[in-house]
Design a protein around this ligand. Sequence first.
Ligand code: G6P
Length: 383
Amino acid sequence: TTVEKQGFRHFMLKEIYEQPSVVRSCLETYLDASWSKEKAEEKSPINLGLAGELCDNVDYIQIVACGTSWNASMVGKYLLEQLAGIPTMVQYASEFRYSPAPMLRNTLTIGVTQSGETADTLAALEMEKQRRMALESPYNAQILGITNRPESTLAHMVDRIINTQAGIEIGVAATKSFIAQLMGFYCLAIDLAYRRQHLSADKLESLVKGLRELPNQIELILSQQEKQIEELAHEFIDTQDFIFLGRGINFPIALEGALKLKEISYIHAEGYPAGEMKHGPIALLDAKVPVVAIAMPGDVHDKVLSNAQEAKARDARLIGVTPTDDNEARATFNDLLFVPHVDELLSPIISVIPLQLLAYHIAARRGLDVDQPRNLAKSVTVE
Ligand code: G6P
């Protein structure tokens, strides 16, 4: 009913709009408000309540997840590797169950599931627990869950959870729970980086400052870009294929943008690392296939622009997600979805917002059942 949707046409749109407050509440819960860089000697800026035995001697991290949670885990991998320096593998739970990697020592296993009930994820974690149970340190099982449901089966099965606290999500296509999982990974990666003394006090301070700015920046995108994105969506009434390109930490956001569009609009969409486009997807390109390129400032910005220009040379319509309003960006992109300028490592939280809105408005414009897309379930409790 309209009451529950608080005036929004669909739950998905309402949940997209809840994201600034989801980020805020995560920061309130897990960031130590009294921390400053002068205190960096005494304490971590993050308080996740993780016991030392779970995370002090971690040499490797392996993550199992499905769907959107898998995409969030891929962002997590970049953070855990780049901020904390811990080699991290991300596996589809359904694959890990039947072909797990050989066991490595001192491994933290993380199960990421919004619902805490996805059968494949639970079974993969159970298998890992069993496989390691008989073994002693350094091969014993250390399992952390990241979930939005502290009462779920997952929560009972693991040593510890990070409760993502996004509130109940009704739209089948995950939005606010994805953002909340990303926040969980930021907190975890910063905390592990602190424990391992992998970041300077200055870097910690600038990350914390950047995190605190995110809620207002998301609000800005919602208030300034939604109308434009809604209008843009009208242009894709007959589109059958979409390509999403990103590099580095925004590669998983290209995957997530494509997944959102597939799930609710039934348009075929692929997310690709921009540098791989020339090894296949470029053959698909013509004037009928729009390309969305995530071009956030940082190490790979210029590379993404040149990959986008290759797509343009094949007549593709190019949509850029970028804060860059210069001549090169204007000459490259047919449409610009502006977002605030942030640290590259924090940029997934920002770059995913216009992609959620784009998927939403294309599906809504097509008159589809956005909150209950065909053939999908909110949580898949069968193998
Ligand atoms: C289903 C949902 C997806 C979700 C996936 C994993 O396929 O439709 O939106 O990402 O399950 O769910 P989980 O609860 O484990 O995160």
